[in-house]
Ligand binder design. Structure first.
Ligand code: MRU
Length: 353
């Protein structure tokens, strides 16, 4: 039996209508354990504290957070229900700033709530639960479509460098960039992955390496600063990453270090591909300069897991994302297919009407 992604799925989010369970990604790869959330505030905290991360997974979690809050408040009078829902939306929107999927999902949930402004809270709660589940299921289907679009451009035998984690852990399942790799593998292509460790939070070392080993996809872990050396030696055939937000002109915000890889790929004439759903495209941001970049705690850089290696008093910069200009992107894989050399016109064409 092939080691298909369907055979042993990673259930990043589990939903039973009353609780949301999230794999605690802070504990991986040492322990596979779940955090349980019963309301929007708990989901917001789970997003803020990185229990759940990765743009599409954050969006799905936020949608379930809205649905949970609605269930909790469903016996209140409508006016009280509306106030509680407003607080939930505000809290969730403040959890992390860069991944636009969070705001996209909250907009969807707001539309579901607004679809019946006069109905009783119990009906509204039912509608919001349905909307959150639909959004989750759609993300899974979207990732499979992205996988098919991208796999067509991944040759058999490819050695693929990826950054951060874009797999089942970062989505409703299958993944975006890792979804392309999974699909290519499921098509019978022999693919090997080079995972950059992704300082400082180590999503590559802890999460991508874990997912790939679990699925028996050959993976080699490198430090972030090894990429250029391997490219110069001809040991990388393409770079494939995800995105947290893509601007209207095709500029890509993704995990810090992505821009460096794109520049290196250009220097070595290696294709640099981005795999992301349309929900990661923010047409209201004209270019990358309009995308807010999260600045995270200095403690992520001065040490790890309770160990400190930098001297007291040092000043630290810790932007969690960077911007890769569209001109460095060889191709964008979405659920609508592959777009080569994305630019403003081609991005616009993805949103007809
Ligand atoms: O800080 P994180 O771990 O949430 O950052 C995640 C990334 O940068 C991913 O590459 C991106 O969200 C795409 S996930 C399919």
């Amino acid at each position: 039996m092939s080691a298909s992604s369907e055979a042993n799925p990673v259930e990043t989010l589990r939903w039973d209508g009353r609780r949301l369970e999230l794999i605690d990604q802070r504990a991986l790869p040492a322990r596979l354990e779940y955090v349980s959330c019963a309301n929007a505030a708990e989901v917001a905290e789970a997003i803020r504290s990185m229990v759940v991360r990765g743009a599409p997974a954050i969006g799905c979690a936020a949608a379930f957070g809205v649905a949970l809050e609605a269930r909790r408040q469903e016996d209140c009078p409508r006016a009280e229900f509306d106030i509680a829902m407003e607080t939930a939306f505000r809290n969730l929107a403040a959890s992390r700033p860069t991944a636009v999927n969070l705001f996209w999902a909250l907009d969807r949930m707001r539309a579901a709530l607004g679809a019946g402004t006069r109905d009783d809270p119990r009906s509204a709660a039912g509608r919001l639960a349905d909307a959150a589940l639909a959004l989750f299921n759609a993300d899974l289907e979207t990732n499979r479509a992205i996988g098919r679009a991208g796999a067509a451009l991944v040759p058999g035998g490819a050695r693929v460098l990826t950054h951060c984690n874009t797999g089942s852990l970062a989505t409703a399942g299958h993944g975006t960039a890792l979804g392309v790799i999974r699909t290519a593998r499921d098509q019978g292509k022999r693919i090997s992955v080079i995972a950059s460790e992704t300082r400082p939070y180590l999503q590559g070392a802890r999460l991508t390496a874990w997912e790939m080993i679990r699925e028996k996809i050959p993976v080699t872990l490198i430090t972030d600063n090894t990429a250029g050396h391997l490219m110069r030696l001809g040991k990388i055939d393409l770079v494939l990453v995800g995105a947290d937000r893509i601007a209207a002109n095709g500029d890509v915000a993704n995990k810090i270090g992505t821009y460096t890889l794109a520049v290196l790929a250009e220097r070595h004439r290696i294709p640099f591909y981005v795999a992301a759903p349309l929900s990661s495209i923010d047409t209201s941001a004209a270019d990358g300069s309009a995308i807010p970049i999260e600045e995270r705690s200095a403690s992520e850089v001065t040490g790890y897991a309770g160990m400190r290696w930098a001297p007291e008093g040092v000043s630290v910069a810790n932007p969690a994302f960077d911007i890769t200009p569209a001109e460095l992107v060889s191709g964008l894989f979405t659920e609508k297919g592959a777009v080569t050399r994305p630019d403003a016109r081609k991005i616009r064409a993805l949103f007809p009407g």
